[in-house]
Design a protein around this ligand. Structure first.
Ligand SMILES: C[S@@+](CC[C@H](N)C(=O)[O-])C[C@H]1O[C@@H](n2cnc3c(N)ncnc32)[C@H](O)[C@@H]1O
Length: 175
């Protein structure tokens, strides 16, 4: 956080309760392909793996090389591929896989990321989704909501108070 305040955007990892609240908003167990934007310390990665179907594929993006390597080491699982790169590139990886994502999970600090990167990430998330797919987003403010609303016609919202700070949860559907 001290080295990269704008890309990390949080002082503490998300609480287990808030992660579970966010994941409850999608059907992780029924998903064939799941994508994570920003693995960080792996708290969401771990929660996703607990719910993931045994045959599902899971791509997790992290720009910090040390964090990406630590998560890959701590969570060895044949369904999981930790990718040390910006999640902006998810389209290329899904194309190589020949499939789209049923669930995309993001804990990226959208409000502090540079605007062009934020736009690219939101466009990439929308493009990544299979029909009926859902983009699950945890934020600490509503700042990004108008940009989500421009891309996703249906957004369900929840509040998760058991987190420091309390978290806003959005489940965004493109179709
Ligand atoms: C708020 S932290 C949350 C991390 C994790 N979910 C947790 O609670 O430990 C955001 C993470 O996203 C990563 N990140 C920022 N921009 C990214 C991007 N464009 N693509 C992939 N990861 C990114 C940061 O390096 C950081 O680890």
């Amino acid at each position: 956080m001290l080295r990269h305040p704008r890309t990390v955007g949080a002082v503490w990892p998300t609480s287990r309760r808030a992660v579970e609240d966010l994941l409850d908003m999608g059907d992780l167990g029924g998903a064939g392909v799941v994508v994570e934007f920003g693995a960080g310390t792996g708290v969401y990665t771990e929660g996703i793996l607990r719910r993931l179907h045994p045959e599902a594929r899971f791509l997790s993006y992290e720009v910090d090389g040390n964090l990406a390597a630590a998560v890959a080491r701590r969570l060895p699982d044949r369904r999981l591929e930790v990718i040390h790169a910006s999640a902006e590139g998810v389209g290329g990886h899904l194309e190589a896989l020949g499939r789209k994502a049923d669930v995309v999970v993001s804990s990226l600090p959208f409000s502090t990321l540079p605007a062009p990167v934020r736009q690219n990430l939101l466009d990439a998330a929308r493009e990544a989704l299979a029909p009926g797919g859902v983009f699950l987003v945890l934020q600490y403010s509503k700042t990004v909501l108008p940009e989500l609303e421009r891309r996703f016609p249906k957004i369900r919202r929840r509040f998760s108070p058991m987190n420091v700070p309390p978290a806003l949860l959005f489940a965004c559907e493109a179709s």
